[in-house]
Ligand binder design. Structure first.
Ligand code: 5AD
Ligand code: SF4
Length: 462
């Protein structure tokens, strides 16, 4: 592999900017296209990539075909996500053939896996560089190097704090992701995240508080604190104290956070959420499985009893709380009895919604080597039963909103109807409503007229 010249980030940004300014003088405005797969953490990382591209003088491309730079931010959580990213990258081959000066960079969790980097190196010769999530701050240095010598670069997974202080171009001005920590130490036996995003690193309290203050001053109405396990945030303060401090800031805003780990939810956190002025009445609490035996195999460090006690403490502290979860079906060794345990927790807790996943073996994780992998037809059958049960529960929970007036932050035009906008309740439920362009980014009171399984419908109360 060719060594990446050690240029510092600022110098590299300036070098690429100079190059792009020259192109602009020649009458060609260089454009960048960023495509994002995966979770909110990836969305937040892409906003940093966009911030870097803006600083380097790239305009925004509407299509990959018109681009001078394409950045693909990949996800590795399940095989399906990786295959989707690879097929997208595959489609860029013909664009590069037509336009050989196009630069293609692949970033995100997939590029922290050695076997995928090897694959990109050998089977995708039109990819110019790869960089794992911990090193997106090195994108300017990579671009500068590619522009000067057209070598290919494959950065290895490195743990760096280079994410601090990167420029961020927010996609929507009223909504902001704020990463409070990176990485994960939990090593759930099915999960690739600790391998691709590295060990936990918490950002300094003051840096987070200042970022949130600046966002609120700039008009942000929704702040979402992000981390793989926000409950284990640790700097000079812990997560409940950080949340409490942010909740004390002035302004009209909603403070969201994700994801929580049932083993780390403290009674103090529940108290802070219950008392919160700005904190969302919503808790995303991944269950993964309701069987104690499977939870042990998953290395989750809680059992069904502990999970149910956290869920009931949350409901007691805040009766209107919206509870959501993640569940994996068909984990190795899962029997019909284990799966029934999961269904029984779903019935008991009555989640508002659940993200259900079929277990996907991830190379390098302990679960991928476990015997007794569950056959696909049984996985699919269990998945369908879980989804059917949760859909009934979700619809019933949503119907409780019919006739109620709720606060909604209006987001954007709905995808299907040009007259309908969409927004979210404080608890995070999706609402479709009749509104105007001026309502985008505003809190409005909405009378809920109708509930469906995944959404509510209503109109603004004048
Ligand atoms: N297979 C299926 N689902 C997974 N998740 C994480 N790893 C896997 C895997 N290997 C799910 C978990 C997690 C969510 C983000 O993705 O439910 O909470
Ligand atoms: Fe993966 Fe478990 Fe960490 Fe969540 S807590 S990111 S599931 S290892």
């Amino acid at each position: 592999m060719v060594q990446l010249p050690s240029k510092d980030q600022k110098e590299a940004i300036e070098a690429v900017l100079l190059h792009n300014n020259k192109k602009r003088e020649e009458g060609k405005c260089p454009l960048a296209f960023i495509v994002t797969f995966g979770c909110q953490q990836n969305e937040a990382d892409s906003e940093k990539m966009r911030g870097l591209c803006d600083a380097m003088g790239y305009g925004r491309a509407k299509t990959p075909e018109e681009s001078d730079l394409i950045l693909v931010n990949t996800c590795a959580i399940r095989q399906h996500a990786e295959l989707k990213a690879l097929s997208t990258i595959g489609r860029y081959k013909h664009i590069k053939t037509k336009n050989p000066s196009l630069i293609i960079g692949v970033c995100g969790c997939m590029t922290a896996e050695e076997h995928r980097v090897d694959e990109l190196k050998h089977r995708y010769p039109y990819v110019d560089f790869t960089t794992p999530p911990s090193a997106i701050g090195r994108i300017p240095a990579l671009l500068d190097a590619v522009l000067r010598c057209r070598h290919r670069y494959f950065l290895l997974n490195e743990q760096s704090d280079a994410l601090e202080g990167l420029p961020i171009a927010r996609t929507v001005p009223h909504r902001a992701w704020v990463s409070i920590m990176y990485g994960c130490n939990n090593f759930c036996s099915y999960c690739i995240v600790p391998y691709v995003r590295g060990r936990e690193r918490s950002r300094a309290r003051a840096s987070i508080v200042n970022e949130v203050k600046a966002l609120l001053a700039g008009g942000a109405k929704e702040i979402t604190l992000l981390g793989q396990n926000v409950n284990s945030y640790k700097s000079d303060v812990d997560f409940p104290t950080l949340l409490e401090e942010l909740d004390g800031l002035e302004g009209e805003f909603i403070l969201r956070f994700m994801t929580s780990h049932p083993k780390d939810v403290s009674s103090r956190l529940i108290e802070v959420v219950a008392k919160g002025k700005h904190i969302e009445p919503h808790f995303h609490l991944p269950l993964q499985s309701g069987s104690d035996r499977i939870l042990k195999e998953m290395n989750r460090h809680y059992d069904k009893k502990r999970y149910l006690s956290v869920a009931s403490a949350l409901k007691q502290a805040k009766p209107d709380i919206v509870l959501t979860s993640d569940i994996i079906v068909g984990f190795p060794g899962e029997t019909e009895e284990d799966f029934e345990e999961t269904l029984s927790v779903v019935r008991q807790v009555e989640f508002d919604s659940v993200f259900s996943f079929i277990y996907s073996p991830r190379k390098g994780t302990p679960a991928a080597k476990m015997e007794e992998q569950v056959p696909p037809h049984i996985q699919s059958e269990r998945f369908a039963r879980l989804v059917a049960l949760q859909n009934d529960i979700g619809k019933e929970k949503n119907m409780l909103y019919e006739g109620r007036a709720v606060r909604v932050l209006v987001d954007c035009l709905s995808k299907n109807d040009p007259e309908i906008y969409s927004g979210r309740t404080d608890g995070g439920k999706l609402v479709h409503l009749r509104a105007t362009r001026d309502d985008i980014g505003q809190f409005v009171t909405v009378h809920i007229e109708r509930a469906a399984t995944f959404e509510l419908f209503g109109s603004i109360v004048k």
